[in-house]
Design a protein around this ligand. Structure first.
Ligand SMILES: [Mg+2]
Length: 371
């Protein structure tokens, strides 16, 4: 038996893409004029290099020593170490993605296979981020349908539910019944400094009652997650309740799964609670007819990390695919990759390559590109 390969060093490099025109996300009061990406690289003593991205990794240098010299394959130990750090500092889950990428390369297997290989192809929903006028959004959905997408997610601004209802009506009228519409109210967390209060349960209940005829597939983050009674009052209004994209700990996720607060749980593997625990979360949700399908709004690397886990555990029925041209294009989202992640007739096929199956662009990350 050969000696286990160990983590030799960890590198972090940052890049920024100017955004002109800016991207105005519904969840951010400030239009974005640049898009930042952080790449994490793990190199082993035997020269295997794995990459991850997602959260910023700010402050990780203080904890890097907890991983250097440890066996690459000891993923359970690495995840528990990351969980201890989360309490004190950041959400360093891009490191877990880099570790899985290295493990997959070391075993010559796609990461999705290591998570269960439930499927190799995932139906996508086009996830929009900006708020558009009803007719504009309806035309976009017609184009999505022609491209092969079977579902879209739109954002409804909390201060303008009327435009949201008009947009949903216009989409349904444009695309017919054979197309799913999800709605995100973005009410469960805020950007730093955004102190606006959330809508209350009565306002959201009236909104859902008026949307009922348009048959929403889910309403996402309809209320803050702590408003358990409010969420309960939204049941029976003709749609599923989705959320938990930024829930940061496994015990919190398990509680939400156990008390059946949500029909659809969406923790992002590179921003919230990591990859490994999602196997267990899916195992808790699926037997009771509920869904695990991760949030993937970071960049192409984060999308692939989530997609591998999703394909491995059989997540669905749709995976989030951030795509909202002209201000959120695939080229912007994946500017750090040599090959952007593209949809094929509304599906994402998991790359049949070892690890997560991507190459970071060495022009974007020149230091790590030299490894
Ligand atoms: Mg969301």
């Amino acid at each position: 038996m050969p000696a286990p390969d160990r983590i030799r060093d960890i590198f972090i490099e940052r890049a920024s893409l100017p955004l002109e025109p800016p991207f105005h996300a519904n969840w951010d009061p400030t239009p974005r004029t640049s898009f930042e990406a952080t790449l994490v690289a793990v190199r082993t003593e035997q020269g295997v290099v794995g990459y991850g991205s997602g959260d910023t990794m700010v402050g990780f240098e203080d904890y890097e020593h907890l991983f250097i010299g440890e066996p690459l394959m000891a993923i359970d130990r690495h995840v528990r170490a990351l969980e201890t750090i989360t309490f004190h500092a950041g959400r360093y889950w891009p490191l877990e993605a880099a570790l899985w990428d290295a493990i997959g390369k070391s075993l010559d297997a796609p990461v999705a296979d290591l998570f269960g290989a439930a499927t190799h192809s995932l139906p996508l929903y086009a996830s929009t981020g900006a708020v558009a006028q009803p007719e504009e959004r309806a035309q976009m959905c017609q184009r999505l349908r022609e491209e092969g997408f079977g579902a879209v997610k739109i954002r409804v601004p909390q201060h303008d539910l009327e435009t949201g209802i008009a947009t949903i009506a216009a989409i349904r009228s444009a695309v017919g019944d054979d197309f799913e519409i999800m709605v995100d109210l973005n009410q469960s967390w805020r950007m730093p400094g955004d102190t606006r209060r959330a809508l209350d349960a009565t306002q959201v209940a009236r909104f859902l009652d008026r949307c009922r005829e348009y048959r929403l597939f889910w309403v996402e983050e309809p209320l803050p997650l702590d408003d358990v009674n409010g969420l309960e009052s939204l049941r029976g209004r003709g749609t599923r309740l989705a959320g938990a994209e930024m829930v940061r700990t496994w015990p919190e996720l398990l509680r939400l799964a156990s008390d059946r607060t949500l029909d659809v749980m969406q923790p992002d593997v590179v921003l919230a609670a990591g990859m490994l625990r999602m196997r267990a979360l899916a195992d808790v949700l699926h037997p009771t007819g509920r869904h695990f399908t991760p949030h993937t709004w970071s960049n192409g690397i984060g999308l692939l990390a989530n997609a591998h886990v999703a394909a491995g555990v059989g997540a669905g029925p749709y995976l989030e695919f951030p795509y909202d041209p002209p201000t959120w294009t695939i080229e912007r989202r994946d500017f750090m990759l040599t090959e952007p992640v593209r949809a094929d007739a509304g599906q994402l096929t998991i790359p049949r390559r070892p690890g997560l199956g991507f190459t970071p662009d060495p022009d974007v990350f020149p230091l790590i590109g030299e490894l």
